[in-house]
Design a protein around this ligand. Sequence first.
Ligand SMILES: [Zn+2]
Length: 1088
Amino acid sequence: MSTAGFNSQNGTGTGQTYTNGPSQNPVALQQPSGVGYSVNHQPAYNQMQAKVLAPPGPALYPSGPYQPVPPGPQVGSYPPAPAQPLLPRPQIGILPSHTPPQSASPSPGPRPAQATPPAQATPPPPAVTSTSYYTGPPAWQYAAPRGPAPNHVNPAAAAPPLMSHSSTQPPGPGAPPTSIHGFTQPGSAPPPMNPLPPHTYQPNRPAYGPPPTMKPTAPPAGPPGTTGTPPPPKADDVAGNGPQAPNSYNHVDNRMAGAAPPGRHLGHYPSLPPGYQNTSAPPPSSLHPALQAATQPYTQGPQPYQQQPGGPGPGPGPGAGPAQLSPSMAAMSLQSSTPEALRVVNLLQERNLLPPAPVPAPTPCLTQDLQKLNCSPEVFRCTLTSIPQTQSVLNKAKLPLGLLLHPFKDLSQLPVVTSSTIVRCRSCRTYINPFVSFLDQRRWKCNLCYRVNDVPEEFMYNPVSRSYGEPHKRPEVQNATIEFIAPSEYMLRPPQPAVYLFVLDVSHNAVETGYLSVFCQSLLDNISALPGDSRTKVGFITFDSTIHFYNLQEGLSQPQMLIVSDIEDIFLPTPDSLLVNLNECKELVQDLLKSLPNLFEKTMETQSALGSALQAAFKLLSPTGGRMSVFQTQLPNLGVGALQSREDPNQRASAKDVQHLSPATDFYKKLALDCSGQQVAVDLFLLSAQYCDLATLGCISRYSAGSVYYYPSYHHQHNPAQVERFQRDLKRYLTRKIGFEAVMRIRCTKGLSIHTFHGNFFVRSTDLLSLPNVNPDAGFAVQMSIEENLDDMQVVSFQAALLYTSSKGERRIRVHTMCLPVVSSLSDVFAGADVQAITGLLACMAVDRSVTSSLSDARDAMTNAAIDSLSSYRQSALTIQQPGLLAPACLRLFPLYILALLKQKAFRTGTSTRLDERVFAMYQLKYQPLAFAMLMIHPALYRLDDLSDEGALNIGEQTIPQPRVLQLSVEKLSREGAFLLDAGLVMYLWIGRNCHQNFLSQVLGVSSYAAVPEKLYLLPELDTAESQRTRAFVSWLRDQRPFFPSLHIIRDESQLKPHFLQNMIEDRTESALSYYEFLLHLQQQISK
Ligand SMILES: [Zn+2]
């Protein structure tokens, strides 16, 4: 009985039964305790397991044996490409090229990547999809074959918005092209009377868009039989995309695994020629000997770096005079109209590539009018800001095409529209946006599918200007980011209340860490700030070897603890009083929070039945949906979901490949999908000194759209930096905005197609992400391909629509639309490359590759991404050949970022890295919005002992110094200085041994270097200008991000110094190349 009830809620029913509100699900409420839902119950999964995965990576692109690579060439010389055996090579996400003509094949070993075996020219048969995080079964995507996808959507909702004036009929076939109402704006031209190019109604905006074959007179482009009438409703069509693909997998091919052309295998870096083995004297800077030993500075080679006049700078800018022309500049002068993005940079010569301030997002090459309306790059970014016209041009560029989104970002300004009519395309359900065109006042043309739609009467009135007859001035058409308060047709049941359930580890280990009192205090402090309304509910479960529930029902004099020791068959002892209304029971909740830490103070229970606790929590939340916050401090070792340690500490550094990146059991993933089906998201806080198998536990959040927080070595006394981070993170977590029962749909202009999503969610259908919770700190990425040529289009658009229930119970839709130009030439594609977005997307793809194939495979694929794109640039986009390792200016940081990824905790080898920390870094790369992921990949280094107000920001009454960003090399350090390294989640302030006395006393408040404490996590608040400047800068950096980076102030001999030095990406380490060596490696591969 109970199974049927749950099944129907998972989409197996008629679509009408998805009414799991508290009073609407008698089945769930009446089920007898103890015989309820069991996650071991099989039938619900049988159908999905029918899907079979094609064999993963190796079968498709077997990794060949390592090939010794000949020693690197002398700098500046260009050895003939040695014939290299053709070995398969992995490649990230780029389709095999369609064999562009080779301009030069100097050796019998032409770039094998260019030759695509016919067998691979077509995408592999269905069944392989990498839309899921792990190789693991795309079967876990609830395909929709069992009925309409559930999302509380009234089937009627998909009908076009009701028009208040029925006189507006959609033009049928043969309808006159003109407005049937004859309404003309005074002074405006009459509506077009002929079928020639669509007239763009908005006088200030250029005409653009569709192929000219689309004529205003054409009947609305829709499926046959839909002219004049809306398409049949689809249950999830509110955020939906019209008819749903019957089997989404058939349409998603796996670019990453399926279509890699054969090629070289690059397992191996060249050794440096003798002249480059760092034989020169250390730089004159007064480096500490230890630092000099730890890294090797660049040496002067036959082609020394050319320092630009004026010292360190971002390289020669457009303003550099002809007298200082470098060879690359000389080349540029020949390409007279070359934009800055395409300025040729010889990476081997130009040393100072980093701009002084964080790298900004490139601006798409659009007219000013369009660009002004475009979506902020903080929310929506594309790896290529100029979209290639065809897949073959994209293939030639060898750059990944994809979108990076931060859709629920906290925004200071967000237009919100309340309207009974949300105007959407009848055919593809796109929301009206700034990039549609108005044929006249009564009709608009969709910029995604080009269907001509009517303008509803209500839309003719502009609530902002309070004027009539100017639909193009409506806020929906003036803002690329907008939020709608949805009318009732966007919901089937009343929006769910905010429901928060806390699941707390109270084993001996947990109590030892001291986290419980921090948690309880933090919740006490913020309980009134929990997002919600009068309906908000809370509940608590604690667990060790047994599960403890808390009866908090109104009227009790104190909370009642109920212990369930039968963890094999978990049941809810008093189902109605465990989740209680926060307003009505606040005192009991506060009593509980005050007494919890003491309750388990003396516990000796070491076991952890996390799996059973999660099952209990799922049961408790199922009827309503909501948020489950799980705090865990050890490897679960009892009952369902028990795990065993899989990490061998001795293998952390030496293993050639890293094992156990995929889950040990699918228990947590299955449970997460159950949660997702009931609109429950699980956030995991892992606080532990020991291995906890995050690769397995993390699945509980990964597939339920939760977040993962990790505090390695958390201890209330021994690790105050972690404690502070935990406190700050908790405050943000408890009080940040939250959206419930959300779905996100990403649409793009016809011809483009989306595949492979990255982030935490569950893919419900081809382009619909299920997000039981959405939070403002979550990022997403998707990969795209070009299915049809975009020949006649000048621009294309992308739209992300996020439908969610606010904590106040409103159904809302946040819509972001981005418009990008289409280009035909390879040079233009390169000119629009967004190197950070490319890096971020490659990182996501490499995480997948690490799990589905191997870490070394992922590393090779990243290196190849740099080799391939620069090689393609050299061969196909450069008009004038010249020596060196050449990159367009917009990609000049690409090799550096790739090297940074190879040295990042997620992907590094040869350095001792705890498995959980590696897995956490992988999670972060997939989940963090790009701006924060970039800090993890390429941290920022600043000198802090000479901060000045020059160029400072003034925010309010505060002056925020803006020191320049330094290269990540010990060359940039000096013993007299103090340097801040900002690596996203963590900051290090390194104090040089001879640090200026002024900094020591005025900022650190100590008399001498020796007096700097061994462990220091706080900048003292001193009443000096230096202290204020330094603190203002550090706080400002922290305020830029939603999480709290801990700060370690370290002396030169600190134990943490190796962590600091590991971030010096440009330097050589025992196991990894320096940046310069890496460039030589790339050059060698490219000139083959
Ligand atoms: Zn459309």
